[in-house]
Design a protein around this ligand. Structure first.
Ligand code: ADP
Ligand code: MG
Length: 326
């Protein structure tokens, strides 16, 4: 049986968790959220957060389009994004490298310059790693962080009646990649969102004390909403017109003859935050930021999320990106 025959990446992780996932009194959250949550001291001490992410040349970055500095920046940002999605702050980082035997030292140093700069701007200290050789370059980062118990936001905490919110705008990274793959040149805004995205630690500490569920958008809105629905045992209604798209994403979609929403729903690598919040808390949030947008509501019952189109038609929300999926 092949991975694609069981549904893809997420179904495989479920199976692996069934084989090796363990229950432990100090493991507050194990496999299944943006980071593991670990109790290291008696309550009410903050929890330890641990996340790890792997970037592979050709699948997650391409030296054709992105400088080594940008790849390093992105590697830090996508891990820090998972810590932000838990409501926490990142702290210590470990970086492991697989390099082709003929890799350029200058490329590796550029990678580390990008990582160092992103670490500095996010309050992260690089504390170790590993280096080995292999057929393609890849970079695995493990990032630790801490979160106050009262700020912890899990994928499983959405409640019927919550508003569904996102930060920023979606689809820019996917739009840039679609243009690059057609040998078109994205504008600087799209290119920087693809090659050197930032995570939303700038805003996550405002959101975390107010939100119920939270997840970061790495695989497209269609995927992340499903994770929240499945783990919170709720449904969701998303209003297509409310999904925030940057004008450059619309322009790219026009150029390619594609629905711009597909970049937001199926694209991924936005590293914005998707969260749910009781309606009475939204006013407090909006007083502190204008970069959060309501895109839908959490509904009762566990069923497929629905997308409400501009003409009022309701369709099944298109799925997001899933490695290995047919
Ligand atoms: P994200 O997209 O937020 O980085 P992932 O989809 O990569 O999250 O992972 C979801 C959950 O599955 C996380 O808890 C992660 O630790 C866990 N996970 C992913 N791959 C594996 C694996 N090979 N073995 C054990 N746990 C895994
Ligand atoms: Mg995540």
């Amino acid at each position: 049986m092949k991975i694609q025959d069981i549904g893809g990446e997420f179904e495989l992780i479920d199976r692996l968790a069934a084989i090796a996932g363990q229950v432990h009194g100090d493991l507050v959250v194990g496999i299944g959220d943006d980071a593991a949550v670990i109790r290291t001291a008696p309550e009410p001490a903050p929890y330890l957060l641990v996340t790890t992410d792997l970037l592979v040349e050709g699948s997650h970055f391409s030296s054709r389009w992105c400088s080594p500095e940008q790849v390093g920046h992105k590697a830090v940002a996508c891990n820090a994004s998972d810590i932000a999605a838990m409501g926490g702050k990142p702290s210590w980082m470990f970086a492991s490298l697989v390099l082709a035997p003929n890799a350029d030292v200058e490329w590796v140093e550029g990678l580390y310059r990008g990582m160092a700069r992103a670490c500095r701007s996010n309050g992260i200290i690089l504390a170790g790693g590993d280096t080995t050789h292999g057929p393609a370059a890849s970079l695995s980062i493990t990032l630790l962080g801490i979160v106050d118990q009262g700020h912890l936001c899990l994928r499983s905490q959405a409640k019927p009646g919550d508003l569904i919110m996102v930060t920023g705008t979606l689809g820019a990274s996917a739009a840039a990649l679609a243009l690059l793959e057609k040998n078109d040149k994205p504008d600087l805004y799209l290119l920087s969102k693809h090659c050197a995205p930032d995570c939303r630690l700038d805003i996550s500490d405002i959101i975390a004390p107010l939100a119920n569920a939270m997840i970061d958008i790495s695989d497209g809105l269609g995927s992340e909403i499903r994770h929240i629905c499945r783990q919170s045992r709720v449904g969701a209604e998303i209003v297509a017109d409310r999904i925030p798209l940057h004008p450059e994403v619309r322009r790219a979609a026009d150029q390619l003859g594609i629905d711009p929403l597909s970049f937001a729903l199926q694209g991924g690598e936005d590293y914005e935050l998707l969260f749910t919040m009781a309606p009475e808390r939204v006013e407090g949030l909006m007083k502190r930021t204008d970069d959060c947008h309501q895109i839908g509501i959490v509904t009762q019952g566990q069923y497929e999320p629905v997308l409400i189109l501009a003409d009022g038609n309701r369709i099944r929300l298109p799925e997001g990106y899933n490695h290995f999926k047919k």
